[in-house]
Design a protein around this ligand. Structure first.
Ligand code: SF4
Length: 66
C-alpha cells in the first residue's frame, strides 16, 4: 500500500494523526502532516478512516489490488 499527503492541501487539522498515529505524524516546523508512505496492508482500514476524516481531502492511497 502506498499513502501520501498533499502538502499544499493539508492544513494540519490532525484528524489523521488521531485516527492513525502509526502512519501519520504532524511536523513540528511547518505544521503539515507527513506519513509512512508504505504502511502494512493491515492498516488499510485506518488509512480509509483517515481519508474519510480529512477535511481537506489531502490524503491519497493506493493498494496492489486497486
Ligand atoms: S487530516 Fe488532512 S488536513 Fe488534517 S493533518 Fe491530516 S492530512 Fe492534513
Amino acid at each position: 500500500m502506498t499513502v501520501s499527503v498533499d502538502p499544499h492541501m493539508c492544513e494540519a487539522h490532525a484528524l489523521c494523526t488521531e485516527i492513525a498515529p502509526e502512519i501519520f505524524t504532524l511536523s513540528d516546523d511547518d505544521d503539515i502532516a507527513t506519513c509512512d508512505e508504505h504502511p502494512s496492508e493491515a492498516l488499510l482500514p485506518k488509512v480509509r478512516a483517515a481519508v474519510d476524516a480529512c477535511p481537506r481531502q489531502a490524503i491519497s492511497f493506493g493498494t496492489e489490488q486497486s
